[in-house]
Design a protein around this ligand. Structure first.
Ligand SMILES: [Zn+2]
Length: 132
């Protein structure tokens, strides 16, 4: 017959078994650290995705606004006769340093370079400012 365990020894053995079980169930510090780092990384990725999405929407809005303005400019310029109320051309010109003449309508700001300007709208040569 083996040695009988007294009550204290039995309790001690149960406590030890519970502690071992708890230690087995517990995650190692490395595992806990890895979990925390993963959670942090996921949080950052989510924040980055939200930021990227907001930036994408902003760019889209800006692109649409730029397109709308461009269409408006083209429409305004197509409706302009580039003339003053007295029917004289509203086009002014200057000669840039590279001697290319630049023309611009004072009403709609349409631009022409060199020979592009319609003949009837070309200012008199002496009215072209700039170099020479
Ligand atoms: Zn014009």
């Amino acid at each position: 017959m083996g040695k009988e365990l007294n009550k204290g020894e039995i309790l001690e053995r149960i406590k030890n078994e519970e502690a071992e079980e708890a230690i087995r169930a517990a995650k190692s510090p490395q595992d806990r650290l890895a979990e925390l780092q993963l959670a942090e990384l996921e949080e950052k990725l989510t924040a980055k995705k939200v930021e990227d999405e907001n930036l994408r929407k902003l760019r889209l809005i800006n692109a649409l606004e730029a397109k709308r303005k461009e269409e408006e400019r083209v429409m305004t310029q197509s409706l302009c006769n580039h003339r003053k109320p007295n029917n004289n051309p509203a086009v002014v010109a200057y000669r840039a340093q590279d001697y290319v003449e630049q023309f611009i309508c004072q009403n709609c700001f349409k631009e022409w370079y060199g020979d592009q300007v319609p003949t009837g709208l070309r200012p008199l040569r002496e009215h072209i400012g700039g170099s020479i």
